[in-house]
Design a protein. Sequence first.
Length: 262
Amino acid sequence: MTSMVNLVLTSPDYFILLLCRVSGLVFASPIFGRVNIPRVAKIILVAAVTYLLFSVFPQTVAIQYSTMVGFALIIAGELLLGMALAFITNIFFSLTAFTAGQLIDMQIGFGIVNVYDIQNNTQIPMMGNVLNLMLILVFFAVDGHLKLIEMIYLTLERMPIGTLVLSPDVGFTALELFARAFMLGVMMALPILASGLMLEICFGMMMRAVPQIHMFVVGIPMKMLVGIIVFLFTLPVFARFSNRIFDEMFIGMEKMFAMFVN
């Protein structure tokens, strides 16, 4: 314990800045920063990861600041980098799942049904909640949480602590990642949308052949039934497709790295 404290006291300002970078990712991430995770557990995780990285990456570049205001600005930059990585994680988890869930709900007749999401403190589509939970489970199953911590390690290799300069193109990069996540969400919903379109064509042919059939009475329950069946059969496909979502997410993080040039 004494050796740990002595190691931290050798470069306390460097340790504080590294702590801010890790805290920005952990507390704002939909993986580590979920509201149902105790704050004590989050603090312990931040401290453990920070000390581990502090041991692997000792201070090699002098941190340039002359006043406390300058040091506070450096702290803000480190927090911003961690939160930017967490923002990308939120985009690919929440936007992708909720976009696909909203499209699926509208197609099968669950458009007016929402559930409360304690993480985002808002109403979300029912199928979107299912897909979001599935993404989180698959993410842990493929050791994505370890990859997320590795991304912090990569930031230290490419962007040493205290040397960050924000690029003016960061907004365009965030917009590009937003559009990419939206497109992935639409792709996730395509099997349900295709089955719904085929069902609509069948209903149209039935109405032409037998005009006496009341399609509103028959069609809505049939769309729900077929939609749920197709959704259940395509869940393994969604699970495999989630690997592509994670790959795009980590690629997006590397693009965001370029926006913090040193």
